[in-house]
Design a protein around this ligand. Structure first.
Ligand code: R2B
Ligand code: URA
Length: 317
């Protein structure tokens, strides 16, 4: 059995309190400080080629989500929500030099897409956290806005993650490093989750709850679907698994929450996950709602996050 390093073995107490005091984004990598240049390859940005502090130093909210189009739509939405004037032509893809990720900045809000699954979001987060660090950003809140499969909930319900758990229902993210497993905590900011819940309740036109979120490494077999190209289990076994997850407080399933929570926690970033459910997995596996309905569902987390940001900026009571 591979040795397990726990999160606490990585954390040095003085390092943590330091970060909490000045609010800057700290990378937890001793090698970075001695690098003459840092190329953020998948963003097509770098410390020598770009003045990251001038470009991003005022960022306070980072919103991430899977699809590039959805995150562009969110940036356009925030542009009007924040009352930014102009023709919107300054909403341009900062990462236009690469087709890996798209990034938009509207005032203090950065919107970035992360693709599907743990490896894709993890690469994005490494470069994003370094970017925030190089740009000397302070007091940053990061929120993932996503889609998910619901468990025992009507489609369209918004789930704010209480705890992100893995497929074994454990509140941890296991990263293989140099052939060994490092286990990291998936703790999220409880106050932030509550504030987002309050925004959802204030909007009131759909149900918003706090529940646990299960993160899997596959959309089909990994989420207990019977409709993939491969399936090795019965409908009864599938339902047993989903019921077990439900009893453990899991209310939705997606594919990025554990690594998102773990990396943000390790770097002292205040983080939350707000996902809409597209279907109730007790009722089926296929997503059959019309396109327009799904688009409206996907705007629900955006409205909650927008209200939260506006309240934080004093634009709303
Ligand atoms: C939710 O939706 C995607 C799969 O359809 C995945 O990125 C996720 O977490
Ligand atoms: N995204 C997922 O990961 N699972 C679903 O069931 C729906 C969206």
């Amino acid at each position: 059995m591979a040795p397990i390093l726990t999160n606490s073995s990585e954390v040095n107490a003085s390092e943590r309190s330091d970060n909490e005091e000045n609010g800057t984004v700290h990378v937890k990598n001793p090698h970075l400080a001695s690098m003459p240049e840092d190329v953020l390859y998948h963003f097509d940005l770098g410390t020598k080629t770009h003045n990251l502090q001038a470009m991003f130093g005022d960022v306070k909210f980072v919103c991430v989500g899977g699809s590039a189009n959805r995150m562009r739509g969110f940036a356009e939405f925030m542009y009007t929500e924040l009352g930014l004037t102009g023709d919107g032509s300054d909403i341009r893809d900062i990462c236009a030099g690469t087709d890996r990720y798209s990034m938009y900045k509207t005032g203090p809000v950065l919107s970035i897409n992360h693709g599907m699954g743990v490896p894709s979001i993890s690469i994005m987060l490494h470069e994003l956290i370094k970017l925030l660090h190089h740009a000397k950003c302070r007091d940053v809140t990061i929120i993932r806005l996503g889609t998910s499969g619901g468990i025992g909930l009507d489609p369209g319900t918004v789930v704010i993650t209480g705890t992100a758990v893995n497929s074994f229902l454990q509140p941890q993210f296991d990263q293989v490093v140099l052939g060994k497993v490092i286990t990291r905590s998936t703790e999220l900011d409880k106050d932030l989750a509550q504030e987002l819940l309050n925004c959802g309740r204030e909007i009131g036109s759909y149900l918003t709850i706090i529940g646990n979120t299960m993160c899997t490494h596959d959309f089909y077999e990994g989420q207990g679907r019977l409709d993939g190209a491969l399936c090795s289990f019965s409908n009864e076994e599938k339902l047993d698994y989903l019921k077990k997850a439900y009893r453990a407080g899991v209310r939705n399933i997606e594919m990025e929450s554990t690594v998102f929570a773990a990396m943000c926690h390790r770097c002292d970033l205040k983080a939350a996950i707000v996902c809409v459910t597209l279907l109730n997995r007790f009722d089926g596996d296929q997503i059959t709602s019309p396109h327009e309905v799904l688009l409206e569902y996907q705007r629900r987390p955006q409205k909650i996050v927008s209200m939260f940001i506006k309240k934080q900026l004093g634009l709303l009571k």
